[in-house]
Design a protein around this ligand. Structure first.
Ligand code: UD1
Ligand code: UDP
Length: 377
């Protein structure tokens, strides 16, 4: 039995190809939602857009400090795992849900599979970097999206036999939903936008938006881009960012702010944007896959592949640098290779997980677990 643990917007999107595979193969699995994200537009909207089955459990942990949120997730997940006794727990990415899910399972001696393993920004001030490192080091199956991620894991001493390079499930999600998005979403028309006639923005990183100077600088950069090109700047705003904009009393001149939008609508906006400015991990990947230039509002990235292929550049949060990077990236033609795989990651991961049988709650030696992965591939 496979337990799929998720809790936030990007986890729902990136787990969706695996959930679809489990459904199609009629596997014994269940979804455990931690409730880290709970607003309609951060949660339910994606189950509806992607036509996903209901989670069997929702822990409703909600928001809080890192310790509060993580501890509520740990306690809640442990209870479910003790009751359900799955053979493997799958987590995806780098959120508090991921670290707590992996930790609860590992302590119960349940095998842990980490989807999107091996990403590193090498910046421990990011909460996500701590979550990734912890999750990777206690996982039994590390599904690395690229060879770079595999190398980072090996450099940290993680056994080669635990790692499998699968590509990133975001490619599957983009391929599976791009055409549906063209048919079902009408957001360009609704917003009166022309293809390639606007900029798209997302920003929600704690180190950016919880810091008044960084948030003001980013917004000043967006306003400068709007003034320079006289094109609409569309900003579906994450609830964390909206809260901080209100708290710091910042106004956004000339920027079209709206609530977060569904995945199908977002894919349509992203595919047709002249350029995207973001601090999101998933959006850096998607723009790279879709052939849209990206300017990242951060000093570092755990997605170096996007920069290597020429799809992305790091601007940080300085407003003049943001404008300079936009000018630079507007020349890119979008014809770079996609470094994230061929859209079969979900199928590969499901094949591996579907073949795992554990004897809960016995402890398995790491070599036994490792040989399982080797055999299953
Ligand atoms: C979390 C993840 C981050 C991921 C992001 C995806 C951690 C440490 N952070 O950040 O890695 O990139 O999700 O979007 O796990 N809020 C709502 N409604 C919601 C969810 C949040 O209003 O449904 C507001 C609350 O005010 C909350 C704030 O957003 O305090 C932050 O939410 P939280 O889950 O702590 O972190 P994210 O910024 O969403
Ligand atoms: N996304 C969306 N609607 C929005 C903004 C983003 O559907 O209004 C999707 C986007 O396509 C991507 C994912 O959300 O797949 C990225 O999530 P987020 O930026 O919240 O988290 P991160 O990837 O940084 O962890």
């Amino acid at each position: 039995m496979i337990a799929i643990v998720l809790g936030t917007r990007p986890e729902i999107i990136k787990m969706s190809p695996i959930i679809r595979e489990c459904e199609a193969r009629n596997l014994d699995y269940f979804i455990l939602h931690t409730g880290q994200h709970y607003s309609y537009e951060m949660d339910r909207a994606f189950f509806e857009d992607l036509e996903l089955p209901e989670p069997k459990y929702n822990l409703d942990v909600g928001s809080g400090t890192h310790a509060e949120q993580t501890s509520r997730i740990l306690t809640g997940i442990e209870k479910v795992l003790v009751q359900e006794k799955p053979d493997i727990v799958l987590v995806q990415g780098d959120t508090n849900t991921v670290m707590a899910g992996a930790l609860a399972a590992a302590k119960l001696h349940i095998r842990v599979g980490h989807v999107e393993a091996g990403l590193r920004s090498f910046d421990r001030t990011m909460p996500e970097e701590i979550n990734r490192v912890v999750a990777d080091h206690i996982s039994d199956y590390l599904f690395a999206p690229t060879e770079t991620a595999r190398r980072y894991l090996q450099n940290e001493g993680i056994e080669e036999s635990k790692i499998c390079v699968t590509g990133n499930t975001i490619v599957d999600a983009v391929f599976q939903n791009r055409e549906i998005s063209k048919r079902r979403a009408d957001i360009l028309k609704d917003l009166g936008l022309e293809p390639k006639g606007y900029f798209l923005v997302t920003s929600h990183r704690q180190e950016n938006v919880d810091n008044p100077d960084n948030l003001r600088n980013i917004i000043a950069g967006l306003e400068a881009v709007h003034r320079e090109y006289s094109l609409p700047v569309i900003f579906p705003m994450h609830p964390r960012t909206r809260k901080m904009v209100e708290q710091f009393g910042i106004s956004l001149d000339g920027i079209s702010v709206m609530n977060p939008i569904g995945f199908l609508e977002f894919l349509q906006l992203e595919s047709n944007a002249r350029l995207v400015l973001t601090d999101s991990g998933g959006v850096q990947e998607e723009t790279c896959i879709l052939g849209v230039p990206c300017v990242t509002l951060r000093e570092n990235t755990e997605r170096p592949e996007t920069i290597e292929v020429g799809a992305n550049v790091l601007a940080g949060t300085d407003s003049a640098e943001i404008l300079r990077c936009v000018q630079h990236m507007l020349d890119r033609n979008g014809r770079w290779p996609n470094p994230y795989g061929d859209g079969t990651a979900g199928s590969m991961i499901t094949t591996i997980c579907g073949g795992i049988r554990g004897d809960f709650p016995q402890l398995h030696s790491s070599s036994e677990k490792a040989s399982n992965l080797g055999e299953l591939i």
